[in-house]
Design a protein around this ligand. Sequence first.
Ligand SMILES: Cc1ncc(COP(=O)(O)O)c(C=O)c1O
Length: 366
Amino acid sequence: MSISRRNLLSASALLLAGPGALLRAAGAKPAGGGPLVLCWNENPYGPSPAARAAVSQSIAEGCRYPADEEIAALGAAIAAQEGLSVDHVVTGTGSGELLCALGLLYGRDGGEIIAARPTYDELPHYAQRSGAALKLVAVDAQLRHDLPAMHAAVSPATRAVYLCNPNNPTGTALPAAQIREFIRGLPPAVTTIVDEAYMDFVAAGATGSVADLVTTEQRVVVLRTFSKIHGMAGIRCGYALAPKEIAATLAAARMTSPNLFAVRAARASLADVDFLADCRRRILASRARITAELGNLKLRYAEPHGNFVFFDTGMPLARFTGLMRERNILVGRLFPPFDTWCRITIGTEPEVGEFLQALRAIRASA
Ligand SMILES: Cc1ncc(COP(=O)(O)O)c(C=O)c1O
């Protein structure tokens, strides 16, 4: 497996920052003031108490392969939660593995894939490395997927369309009804891949899942992850929901099998509903606090529906990033063409306070 941009950047940032940063990244409180990591859209409250217990109680079994029955039980738990039969579910080592596998399946031999610009680039980049022809369609004035333009971009060579809802990095969401209509309007051979990594953070009534479409005639794959609301980014578990035939093809294209700790932590976390509700409540409250402050500072932002906010810093991003780093805060990278915009991950309440204080200071001296 190659080292991803994310792994490289996070590893080098953490190494530069020293061992305190490694503690912070692990969710522990740093003794010596490592940087505040607000750049990877992680959930700092996780893993849930139940998932932590499941992992620690399993350490002694780390010498064993996970039993097929346990992996199947995770698939069954996900299927039950989604109201689907288990043959619609494919688990992976993070949804990233499944996005890459889909990129390979649909992109190889010059397959055309349509995606927004900017969007989460794991699938488009992997597909491109597998020989895909990418068509990137700029987001609209509200920084949402421009569905009419994406539809117009479809050609006889198009094999898949990737929709990230809510979108990373813009945070914007499209109503589910618009996505359903878009899918209905596609040629029957085109598969729509809907990445719902941040669906648990959407504002009430703004949008919803389209996972029910996997039992229809339409070619739809929905991706979910345990890295966001479940706070298990380092444990690595995600899943896809797909029509049975696509699920079988995707399962065969995976390169890893889930590890014991991920399987057990994911099952435990699914049942820890109080923890999940608490994460949502706290992150949405912090999101409102951030947007209120951006309003006070007269900084533009895209309507946020994830555990992050995309906003216009009013200066070249490299300068803003440098000023934040001087204050020991790591913020999101550049997402062209938004060269003055920053994606900030919502940390714990004190971390959000630290970020806002730094932002006010930077604005005051700008
Ligand atoms: C939209 C989106 N999909 C998928 C992922 C990858 O998630 P995982 O950790 O499950 O590989 C991310 C990670 O940031 C993401 O933003």
